[in-house]
Design a protein around this ligand. Structure first.
Ligand SMILES: C[S@@+](CC[C@H](N)C(=O)[O-])C[C@H]1O[C@@H](n2cnc3c(N)ncnc32)[C@H](O)[C@@H]1O
Length: 219
């Protein structure tokens, strides 16, 4: 998959995929979007119930959500076990050109998580353990359960197969009761899929440039 580095409106980088005509993040700001959708409306929500959080990310990509999660976990005394699933890992020469946060410590930590080989589990400290897996969500088989799923696939226009009911059936069984799936997407058909599985679906205000995002809770 060919990828090109682009700058978003908040000055943070993202990747553009010409073959899909799609970016990895909102062009209104990649860091702002990730912070709003996944941290504020995902991790903060689950982290208020439990200090030990198991997270699955579908679409690990450039590792932005993992980086922000690790920083939040440290600041808020959470213990996060993070599994990042990625079908098309980003090449080293590309992620090495990415700088999400100005802080040198955060930059050094970002390099560590991106350099971690796929298939290896590493505990960085008491607050963050990471395992990246080079599988597609369709082919990945597991019995692990999660408290929180970051669903960060490309949008339904670019990758309709990532928004099929069968995927959310699979994710439903991977969620612990009370667990949540969060995504930037607010497409009607997607929300109907979640509702049909019995999830409580919440339409929440979206990040800058987007009216709505979605959180589904397994009640
Ligand atoms: C919107 S981007 C993810 C952005 C990422 N979370 C980040 O912060 O860089 C979508 C990601 O899903 C990955 N992907 C595409 N098809 C997939 C599949 N079937 N299973 C898992 N990941 C997939 C893409 O390679 C890409 O990295």
């Amino acid at each position: 998959m060919k990828r090109e580095l682009r700058l978003t409106s908040d000055g943070s980088p993202t990747l553009y995929v010409p073959e899909l005509d799609e970016t990895y993040h909102s062009m209104h700001g990649s860091v702002q979007e990730a912070q709003h959708v996944f941290i504020q409306n995902g991790l903060t929500y689950i982290g208020s119930e439990t200090k030990q959080v198991k997270i699955l990310e579908v679409g690990f990509g450039t590792g932005l959500n993992a980086l922000l999660t690790a920083l939040y976990a440290k600041e808020n005394a959470l213990s996060v076990h993070y599994v990042g699933l990625e079908a098309y890992p980003v090449e080293e020469e590309i992620w090495k050109a990415i700088n999400y946060l100005d802080d040198p410590e955060a930059k050094a930590f970002y390099t560590q998580i991106m350099a971690l080989p796929f298939g290896v589990t590493k505990a960085y400290d008491a607050s963050f353990t990471l395992c990246k897996l080079a599988f597609s969500i369709q082919e990945w088989a597991t019995t692990e359960k999660f408290d929180l799923i970051y669903y960060d696939a490309f949008g339904p226009r670019a990758q309709p197969e990532m928004w099929a009911l069968a995927i959310f059936e699979k994710l439903y069984y991977l969620l612990n009761p009370g667990g949540a799936i969060v995504t930037y997407c607010a497409q009607g058909q997607f929300k109907r899929h979640l509702k049909s599985l019995g999830l409580r679906v919440e339409g929440l205000p979206g990040p800058p440039g987007k009216r709505e995002m979605t959180r589904g809770v397994k009640v």
